[in-house]
Ligand binder design. Structure first.
Ligand code: ADP
Ligand code: MG
Length: 381
């Protein structure tokens, strides 16, 4: 089974309104042929609305949608050639697996022989051969979702649209199916838009991700760009655990900036790399110092009186989460500030509740946000 020539999707200034809410607010983006593209964001940010607009179930209030160079604004849903997979499977309970998968082919008046060949190929693709005669209630959740995927790809869609397809499955199955989905998508070379609120799913599956809040795209990039180089604090917070410590800029030397926290500790940030869009940084600017809990290094306890070293913070372990592979410390560093620090248990568990803990923050890992949550970047060098 081959996808027809892979399709490029272009959204141009798409806005979709419901009474009292702008669900999608002037979104423009382009998805490359064969790309696995995710819409990631919290519940209510407009992901489903955007997906259903691409499928044609909703008509945008303004803007245009293009498949390759063809504007499809006026093409009805069943003629757009999109395959859709939903969270709740939406397969027909009274039809067998075979008939469920073949449903879209009958509607498209594909000949019996051709339909049989394609259904067979789709069932092989999702590993359901042998279960053709079963009804949905005789299948597990994972198998039902495979039926839904087979039904979507059997029509050889231009674009595959998936709306939280794994959300109803248990954690282990979710991870297995997500690997299978990615393999299948690559095998078919099928342009895919995948909606999820699960950052791990988006990071692990996607070629690129658009992170959405309140109907808008906050950032669009590869999983690494989104995770390592967030445009805003909101993006940084949404895709992983983080530390957010308030402070004031007290030293600027090119892209090397020192922020003094209210505890009196100085934290150096190396803002090298990509230069930013002109947010002026001057001494006295209030900023938020951010880094991920796994980016810090736990400093071994030395003899008394050892100097703490550069970019270290020290405090009392209030609480620790033992998570098996890692231990996550909640460290009280004073002035009401708590620091999260993670450590691989393979290297031991260096402190317990009530113990003192010192961590070092690599200056290159530190991100600064202004008080509006916008990223402060270096000038580039
Ligand atoms: N059919 C609808 N009628 C009215 N409001 C809707 C409808 N669908 C979604 N909304 C509203 O639009 C916003 C975006 O919803 P949705 O696209 O479902 O978000 P997501 O899929 O990201 O959770 C929300 O405020 C939601 O309440
Ligand atoms: Mg949704």
């Amino acid at each position: 089974m081959n996808a027809r020539t892979s399709t490029r999707l272009r959204l141009e200034n798409i806005t979709v309104k419901f009474p009292g809410v702008t669900a999608v607010d002037n979104v423009s983006l382009e998805v490359n042929p064969g790309e696995f593209f995710s819409l990631l964001g919290p519940s209510g940010c407009g992901k489903t609305t955007l997906l259903r607009t691409i499928a044609g179930f909703y008509r945008q209030d303004s803007g245009h949608i293009y498949f390759n160079d063809e504007c499809i604004d006026r093409i009805p849903p069943h003629k757009r050639g999109t395959g859709m997979v939903f969270q709740n499977y939406a397969i027909f309970p009274h039809l067998t697996v075979w008939d469920n998968v073949g449903y879209g082919l009958r509607a498209r008046k594909v000949s019996r022989e051709e339909a049989a060949r394609r259904i067979q190929a789709a069932l092989e693709l999702v590993d359901l051969v042998g279960l053709e005669k079963r009804k949905p209630k005789q299948l597990s959740g994972g198998q039902q979702q495979r039926v839904a995927v087979a039904r979507a790809v059997v029509i050889e869609p231009h674009i595959l649209l998936m709306d939280e397809p794994l959300a109803n499955l248990d954690a282990k199955l979710r991870i297995r199916l997500r690997t299978e989905l990615r393999k299948l998508q690559q095998q078919l070379g099928l342009t895919t838009i995948y909606v999820t609120h699960d950052q791990e799913e988006a990071l692990s599956l996607s070629d690129r991700i658009a992170v959405m809040f309140r109907g808008r795209i906050a950032q669009l990039g590869t999983p690494e760009e989104i995770y390592q180089d967030p445009a805003t604090r909101e993006v940084f917070e949404f895709v992983g655990e983080g530390n957010y410590l308030d402070g004031e800029v007290t030293e600027i030397d090119g892209d090397s900036v020192v922020v003094t926290l209210s505890t009196g500790d100085g934290v150096r940030a190396e803002l090298g790399g990509r230069s930013g869009a002109g947010r002026p940084l001057s001494k006295g600017t209030q900023v938020v110092v951010s880094f991920r809990p796994h980016e810090v290094e736990v400093v071994p306890q030395g003899a008394h009186g050892d100097p703490p070293g550069e970019n270290t913070l020290r405090g009392t372990v209030q609480h620790l989460d033992y998570l098996g592979a890692i231990v996550r410390y909640h460290v009280d560093i004073g002035k009401g500030m708590t620091l999260l620090a993670e450590h691989y248990t393979a290297q031991g568990v260096p402190a317990r509740q009530g113990d003192q803990l010192t961590v070092r923050i690599p200056p290159a890992r530190v991100k600064l946000f202004d008080t509006d949550g916008m990223r402060i970047r270096g000038r580039g060098s």
